[in-house]
Design a protein. Structure first.
Length: 475
């Protein structure tokens, strides 16, 4: 009889557990929190109230592991949006032209996504979840992990043995300490911190918003000498929107009513402010801080046999890049495929750890280069030719704003649907050599591409936002 343990019962942990179920006799998930019965925020997910996008590459990975999940999400009110024709985006280099393309995102609240994934995964009888249980450390030695030491809700310690152990405990993972206790060298860690902060709020969408209402993305602009400021408005289930305002160090968005509305009004374009004036606040303003990019290079360690680290325990990227959930899902598929190719064997953990490093390499590099363009960034990453990379990124972003082939390649990479070497084919390289050919869209032209927006913006605001909002306590 073979067994596996997954430490952490969030999205990354449950997907990794599902990947294991077809290749070991039993999988035990150890979760420090407990699960709500309905799609509700939980203590173990402090950013669960904020805007989340499941990128298409991650959505496809979840569907591969848990068939029927995307249908269940959409039946529960989640929205699928094409990145080319379902998002109005103002990048650092201008408004994007609308086009039809394959890359997409799924927009819904994080509690709904977790609830549906959890319901799908826990139907497998080979998977058992132990909740309200704290992981204390690993058992074994520097050559092999043999199980987990944990503590039950009543404080009772116990040891659970297993043939394979996965750490999916997230950004607060203590794997470096656990491994050091077994005699494994300290893992190398790098951090890039632009001081990003969020303030997010739910709104009831106004009448007429429609089921196909687009998402709105205003990207923070790097390399101006000023802090970056941006926003995202994404449709959610139950006829609601989540609006997130974001700013880098020195420009964190406020969480008071007047400050929130003024911040939205002061962005490079006030479309988000104008839309929320026509909507109704449906919850308090909630802030999130300490959103640095951090990567631990486990693939370079002599990891003990039978051990693997996945999800945010490996790499945490700023929520601005929306890749965390998708990278975790792709890692679970990598684990499943490696098991299918050779079963539970020597070298499995190191093999999959190397593949996870490949999955996160491009998102990490993009985040490092982009966030290094904001003032006050705190970083221990040395980037060669940073100024040149900033110029190339700006050039390509300007081309993508007008060229569907280049935009589609960018979206494919950003959504983790394709790796950089796969997406950057000859048409994209030729377009990069030619440069931008069209004049940038004006804001009016960009917004006119989405008739759904014009109908709302033509209406008078329903309220100033202040009275309705003041009745809700901010946090």
């Amino acid at each position: 009889m073979t067994s596996a343990i997954v430490m952490g019962g969030g999205l990354a942990g449950l997907l990794a557990a599902k990947a294991l179920t077809g290749h070991v006799d039993s999988v035990t998930v150890i979760e420090g929190d407990h699960y709500p019965d309905t799609p509700s925020p939980r203590r173990g997910l402090p950013q669960g109230y904020q805007n989340h996008m499941l990128m298409g590459g991650g959505a496809d990975a979840i569907e591969a592991l848990l068939p029927g999940t995307l249908d269940r999400l959409q039946a529960a009110g989640a929205h699928r949006r094409g990145m080319g024709d379902g998002l109005l985006m103002l990048s650092s280099e201008g408004w994007y032209r609308r086009f039809a393309g394959a890359p997409y995102v799924i927009a819904c609240t994080r509690p709904l996504l977790d609830h549906v994934v959890r319901a799908q995964a826990l139907t497998d009888p080979r998977l058992t979840v132990v909740t309200d249980t704290k992981v204390l450390g690993l058992t074994g030695d520097a050559h092999r992990a043999t199980g987990v030491e944990c503590e039950d809700a009543d404080g009772t310690p116990r040891t659970i043995e297993a043939d394979f152990v996965v750490d999916a405990t997230g950004r607060r993972s203590k794997a470096p300490q656990w491994l050091a206790a077994l005699g494994v060298p300290q893992v190398a860690e790098k951090t890039v911190d632009a001081g990003l902060g969020y303030a997010g709020r739910k709104y009831r969408a106004p009448e007429g918003a429609g089921a196909d209402f687009p998402g709105i993305l205003i990207q923070a602009e790097p390399n101006t000498g000023e802090p970056g400021r941006g926003a995202a408005l994404m449709p959610q289930e139950n006829g609601e929107w989540i609006v997130a305002l974001m700013g880098t160090r020195g420009a964190a968005p406020p969480n008071d009513e007047d400050g929130f509305n003024a911040y939205a009004r002061g962005l490079r374009h006030p479309i988000v402010a104008e839309l929320i004036e026509r909507a109704t606040p449906a919850g308090p303003i909630r802030s999130a801080r300490a959103l640095a990019n951090r990567r631990r290079f486990y693939e370079k360690l002599p990891l003990p046999e039978g051990f693997l680290v996945v999800g945010d325990a490996v790499a945490v990227l700023s929520p601005n890049y929306a890749t965390g959930m998708s990278a975790a899902a792709k890692a679970a598929v990598a684990l499943r495929d490696a098991l299918a190719a050779g079963g539970l064997r020597a070298g499995l953990g190191r093999e999959v750890q190397a593949e996870i490093a490949e999955i996160i390499a491009a998102p990490w590099q993009s985040a490092v280069v982009n966030d290094s363009g904001f003032p006050g960034v705190e970083s221990d990453v040395q980037v060669r030719g940073l100024a040149f990379q900033h110029r190339i990124a700006a050039r390509m972003s300007r081309i993508a704003a007008e060229n569907p082939a280049v935009a589609n390649a960018f979206y494919s990479i950003a959504s983790l649907a394709a790796r950089q070497k796969e997406a950057m084919g000859l048409p994209v390289l030729l377009a990069a050599l030619r440069g931008a050919k069209k004049r940038p869209l004006s804001a009016q032209e960009a917004i006119a591409q989405f008739p759904e927006l014009g109908g709302l913006l033509d209406r008078a605001p329903a309220h100033s936002g202040s009275e309705a909002g003041r009745r809700l306590v901010t946090e």
